[in-house]
Design a protein around this ligand. Structure first.
Ligand SMILES: C[S@@+](CC[C@H](N)C(=O)[O-])C[C@H]1O[C@@H](n2cnc3c(N)ncnc32)[C@H](O)[C@@H]1O
Length: 238
């Protein structure tokens, strides 16, 4: 592990936005009450493929899945892989559950998704080292003020943990539409070149959405409503 200054990476920072938004619709509340307990990540103990999925299938982990569109899209693409997502925003969890249940009509029910309603780093810490095939961090909360930079998910402590949890050859995907975050993230990743190889030969590699990277509602809005550019990064664990 690279030695860097960092805070305790497993402490959930103060939330950037709201933890709860509009009241859940009855159907969403029913999914939270009935489906979530069936597919929730256990609250303690190791988090392994065998425990969650009953076999040693490749594991994917998504930090802060928002409404869950990317996680559900990937899980639909790779039905024999296992997906774990963590999100503290209950409305996001409820939306993700509609994808898992197939209630939105966009995808069939998904048997290969497990959800944690809460801090991603708390769950990640319980995943044995060198277990993950893919790790996703898409449009993390920006915390744009310099004095809040330590609250950004992309920091040395969490990145060391990402490196530890990925298998050699595993992939870390990061996306952002926030230029301050972009600069910060590139600086952080530059300090982790002993752990990660940036899969990039030409500017298009980070300017154009790579295949197998479903767009979320958040990102569609960033592009189409706010006119933001979006940057995509793929790093291979060495
Ligand atoms: C800007 S949104 C992006 C959502 C989604 N990744 C997307 O691209 O559509 C950032 C998300 O990160 C979540 N988040 C913030 N801190 C988190 C943490 N410690 N663990 C898990 N998710 C977190 C927020 O609740 C929010 O849903």
């Amino acid at each position: 592990m690279t030695a860097h200054k960092s805070g305790d990476p497993t402490t959930l920072n103060r939330l950037y936005g709201r933890a709860k938004g509009k009241p859940l619709r009855a159907g969403q509340q029913a999914l939270v009450d009935n489906l979530l307990p069936q597919i929730a990540v256990p609250l303690e103990g190791p988090v392994t493929s065998a425990l969650l999925f009953g076999d040693d299938r490749p594991m994917h982990f998504e930090i802060g899945f928002g409404g869950g569109e990317h996680m559900a899209g990937r899980a639909d693409m790779l039905p024999s892989h296992g997906f774990i997502g963590a999100e503290p925003f209950i409305n996001g969890v409820a939306q993700a559950l509609t994808h898992v249940a197939g209630d939105n009509g966009a995808s069939p029910p998904l048997a290969n998704v497990r959800i944690h309603h809460g801090d991603a780093l708390e769950v990640l810490a319980r995943i044995p080292d060198a277990s993950l095939s893919f790790l996703y961090l898409l449009h993390p909360d920006p915390w744009p003020k310099a004095r809040h930079a330590k609250r950004r998910m992309m920091n040395d402590g969490p990145v060391d943990m990402f490196a530890a949890k990925l298998k050699p050859g595993g992939e870390f995907r990061f996306g952002t539409d926030h230029d301050i975050y972009l600069r910060h993230a590139l600086m952080v990743m530059q300090r982790h070149t002993d752990q990660f190889e940036w899969l990039c030969d030409k500017p298009q590699d980070f300017q154009v959405r790579p295949g197998g990277w479903p767009e979320t509602r958040y990102e569609t809005k960033a592009r189409t409503v706010y006119g933001h550019e979006v940057w995509y990064f793929r790093y291979r664990r060495k």
